[in-house]
Design a protein around this ligand. Sequence first.
Ligand code: NI
Length: 254
Amino acid sequence: MLIDTHAHLQWSSFDKDREKIINRARKIGVEYIVNIGFDLEGSRKGIELAEKHRGIYATVGIHPHNASTLDQSILDSLRKLSENPKVVAIGEIGLDYYRNLSPREAQKNAFKEQLLLAEELGLPVVIHDRDAHADILKMLSEFKGTTAAIMHCFSGSKEMAKQCLKSGSYISFAGPVTFPNAFRLQEIAKWIDLDKVLLETDSPWLAPQEVRGKRNEPAFLTFVAKKIANLKGMSIDELANVTTENANAIFQFP
Ligand code: NI
């Protein structure tokens, strides 16, 4: 059994075949999917989907791209949504200094507000970090010990991975680890202790090498798992067991 810890099945590109995609994932062994929120509407839709399906869970949060939309009423709505038993984390939240779709100050503010919310609710956070490694680590360090973090689609250096692990964060690997030129990421996957490793697809984005350019889906998690198992010199089953245990530990699926 594998757990896709990061997918966006509420995205419109799944409108025509969402049920089929979920069944396909299940058949291949991806039995749990954590459906990640990115704005208020997406968070709501994610919960609806989770309520309809055994094995699907949801997170609620405002993505850094949408950070400038965050106000008190949205925060209150997120708090309310998080009462749903299928909500297992706040996310994805963080900083994106690559696309800068919201001003950096708005991003930092939204990140901080949602870290506070996670702390208040006792939920872990799913972190989006693009070209913002230093600020992410700095802001997370203020919540050390109160809020566990998952570094979604980890893209930092080995040094950053070390710092994340030291602060108890989880490192999540997605499709890019399968790309032929992803030497640095593969080196980290080889080196890292498995007890904080998670697997994800980030569907519909970041399709692995074997299906690169296509719409990604949770069933393709097997390509990510195969790559990491290869790098580690272990069987997919062993890797699946450990990463499933890790996902259970952080998300505490009800
Ligand atoms: Ni995502």
